[in-house]
Design a protein. Structure first.
Length: 159
């Protein structure tokens, strides 16, 4: 098939169509495999995010969607589409996580004046140290003098 602009330039017209080069249509039972028919909806993306927060692996999430939709062909996307969707979310949040944490801490401080936090950044404006304590932690420190510290360098990644 060859498509060209019309002489007026405002439309496209099929100028050549050779039917012998065509292929048979996909059977209705396999249309769910076509890229044009696969999409992770916002509702399913939100559910996948909640399942991820509950530490449900992506492959098990897909099984949940399959049961919920009464068959893989009714889910509307494949496992790789789900992985890609979650990757898109991580990419969107890349380099914003420290700012999001700062905003969260500000909200907590507005809700409770006993909440306190401190954040430090390096020369490249990357978060290096973070400390926070809510009212309960501060009261516990007064009684027991104990502190809980999370030292996370053992689990380094691209951040």
């Amino acid at each position: 098939m060859t498509v060209v602009r019309s002489k007026s330039g405002d439309k496209y017209v099929v100028s050549v169509f050779v039917e012998t080069h065509n292929h048979s249509l996909v059977s209705p039972g396999r249309t769910h495999l076509l890229p044009s028919h696969r999409k992770v909806t916002s509702a399913k993306r939100a559910l996948a995010e909640q399942l991820s927060q509950a530490n449900v692996p992506t492959c098990q999430q897909m099984s949940i969607f399959e049961v919920q939709s009464e068959g893989l062909e009714n889910v509307g996307f494949g496992l790789q589409d789900l992985y890609n969707s979650q990757s898109d979310i991580r990419t969107m949040l890349l380099w914003q996580d420290a700012d999001m944490l700062y905003e969260y801490f500000q909200i907590q401080q507005q809700k409770n004046s006993a909440f306190m936090f401190s954040m430090e950044k390096d020369d490249e404006m990357r978060l290096t140290h973070c400390f926070w304590a809510d009212a309960k932690a501060r009261k516990s420190y007064q009684y027991f003098g104990d502190v809980v510290v999370f030292d996370t360098p053992y689990n380094r990644n691209r951040y």
